[in-house]
Design a protein around this ligand. Sequence first.
Ligand code: PAF
Length: 291
Amino acid sequence: MKIINKIDDCREEAGALIKKGVSIGLVPTMGYLHEGHMSLIRLAKKECERVIVSIFVNPSQFGPNEDFKKYPRDSRRDEKLSEEGGVDYIFRPAAEEMYRDRHSTYVEIEGLSKIMCGRFRPGHFRGVATIVLKLFNIITAQKAFFGRKDYQQLVIIKKMVSDLNIDMEIIGCPTIREKDGLAISSRNRYLDNEERHNAGIIYESLKIVGSGIVSENSDLDKLRRKAIKNLRGSKYIKRIDYFDIRDAETLEEIRDKGSKDILVATAVWIGNTRLIDNIVIEKGKQRQIDI
Ligand code: PAF
């Protein structure tokens, strides 16, 4: 496994592979790899001949009062896990390498980046889209792999790729969960024991809506209120930023089931930790996926 820090070196390595007709799968991450990332790596390895994992805690996607400084970092562990996972290259640039002096170009995805998490994290998706496009330009992979845990991010990246005619396939991968249903995330490590013990309530609340829809209950607003009541019943849930039921493709809010894939997504605070999660209920069959 090769570790690359410089953009030019990365471009050169990727370029040489492309010239030889070798397919590249890109797994963009902010490091502190966990089972969720490893599942993306496994899929990338299945679908592509070489896998590049980028590791970069991207300052432009964190707000001024967010956790950029304390975001968990462990490069040795990341290297070990990547090596074990069969990764071919780690691209791990420094902040000054990715954002050179007087960087002033950003990618704005209108509409989609202002709803849900965008309402509470202004500028977040602008930072995400900008860094992801930079990575796509440096590593012209055939496929890039993203977790569906960050569902809004996935939709936004797909929209950017379509709007800007980027020749890359974006693959959304299932959320990996702990035994109690908590979606695996680097931020879970901020939770203390008690908070962690009670964090399963997020998934439980999503499932209230999910099972309601599956069992033919079509009053979405009632289901939503029931789920929110469940969350509010826990003393560990300090705040609910949103709990939304939306069209899984367009992210438009929906009032009735119709014949669409339905996204149920939430962002809540457990103590000082903000966690997001979602489920998607497949159209027609109304069978839950991702559960
Ligand atoms: O999902 C993440 O870890 C980040 O938002 C990403 C896509 C690597 C961009 O920094």
